[in-house]
Design a protein around this ligand. Structure first.
Ligand SMILES: Nc1ncnc2c1ncn2[C@@H]1O[C@H](COP(=O)(O)OP(=O)(O)O)[C@@H](O)[C@H]1O
Ligand SMILES: [Mg+2]
Length: 328
């Protein structure tokens, strides 16, 4: 696609252990178009964070990207030297995490942290950077920016700290923002405000966003497309409306059933029984087989291939084996 900003192709990221390499991300492919917000959804331990750390070139030791390609504006990030990657990180691609209080420096005033971020990436005088910081604080919806500039992180609420982190991420005008569980530590009302903010900023700044969450409900209202991840692989990928209305993978169907709905609040909430398999206990067949209500004999032994259901809609499940393979 012509407006493709990022293309991840067959990414494999593994940890070296005494049992051999354990693949935490195993053959992940997706693309992010300019200006779009793509959600990456899946339970804890699905490999969502490692996928984003692989894009950033920040996979922690003893983890390593083993194979695949990550094209950003046509350039394979995996082929870059660390010095070149440093320039891209924070300049073209920025990342925010779940717990902004941990990421912020507790002994440095918020305004100063934004000023530092600006001056790391561009030649600006302290005065110019201060002006920009004040402007950014306003843009991320913090009331009374002048007061916030002088506040220490502990003086602000969790939601306000997350807004500061977003301001820092925006300070270099990134083309891509990766937000890894940015609202998980926040209460529901603040969560909604931060999501609304991310959605607004991607339009204002004309940037793409990868929004990672374990909660499908979080991305339902803001994402254009989603990738549903399970045990290191993408199970379903496509338009959000299409997936919410017609989920094809049994895992996606389970996730949708688990979203709390107001009208059934008296009933016990559905949850998919079982847990994501551990890295050293990955089944040889479909990774979801043990928890799948529709598993067939084939599922236990043969890994399903990604199939194309329609333009842009993909699913990885033996139920759809008669459809065209995505790799043809
Ligand atoms: N530093 C590490 N060492 C060993 N295994 C790890 C490490 N970090 C993550 N993993 C494993 O990789 C898998 C994917 O982790 P992660 O990407 O953090 O999942 P998610 O973000 O979806 O919760 C998990 O099984 C996790 O236990
Ligand atoms: Mg994570």
């Amino acid at each position: 696609m012509s407006n493709c900003l990022l293309e991840v192709k067959d990414l494999v990221t593994a940890f070296t252990t005494s049992k051999g390499p354990l693949r935490a991300v195993d053959g992940v492919s997706f693309q992010v178009n300019s200006g779009e917000l793509i959600g990456v959804v899946g339970e804890s331990g699905s490999g969502k964070s490692l996928t984003s750390l692989s894009i950033m070139g920040l996979v922690p030791y003893p983890g390593k990207v083993v194979s695949g390609e990550i094209f950003f504006e046509g350039q394979d990030l995996l082929k870059l030297e660390e010095a070149e990657m440093v320039k891209i990180r924070g300049k073209n691609i920025a990342m925010i995490f779940q717990d902004s209080r941990v990421s912020l420096d507790p002994v440095c005033r918020c305004g100063e942290q934004i000023v530092e971020a600006i001056r790391t990436h561009e030649k600006a005088t302290r005065e110019e950077a201060r002006e920009r910081a004040l402007e950014l604080i306003g843009l991320v919806g913090i009331p009374n920016p002048a007061r916030c500039v002088n506040a220490y992180p502990h003086e602000l609420s969790g939601g306000m700290c997350q807004r500061i982190m977003i301001a820092i991420a925006l300070s270099c005008r990134p083309k891509l923002l990766i937000a890894d569980e940015p609202t998980t530590a926040l209460d529901v009302t603040v969560q909604a405000q931060i999501l609304e903010l991310l959605d607004k900023l991607r339009h204002d700044f004309d940037m793409s966003v990868i929004l990672i969450t374990h909660n499908l409900g979080v991305v339902a209202g803001v994402a254009d497309r989603i990738a549903v991840m399970y045990a290191g692989q993408i199970m379903e990928l496509g338009d959000i409306g299409e997936i919410l209305n017609h989920p094809m993978h049994p895992y996606t169907q389970g996730l949708i059933k688990s979203i709390p709905k107001l009208e059934v609040s008296s009933k016990r909430l559905y949850s998919i029984s079982g847990t994501v398999p551990a890295l050293d206990k990955m089944p040889s067949g479909c990774r979801f087989e043990q928890r799948c209500p529709e598993a067939m004999a084939l599922c236990a032994t043969v890994l399903p291939e990604m199939c194309v259901l329609s333009d842009g809609q993909y699913v990885c499940c033996h139920k759809y084996d008669t459809w065209r393979s995505a790799y043809e």
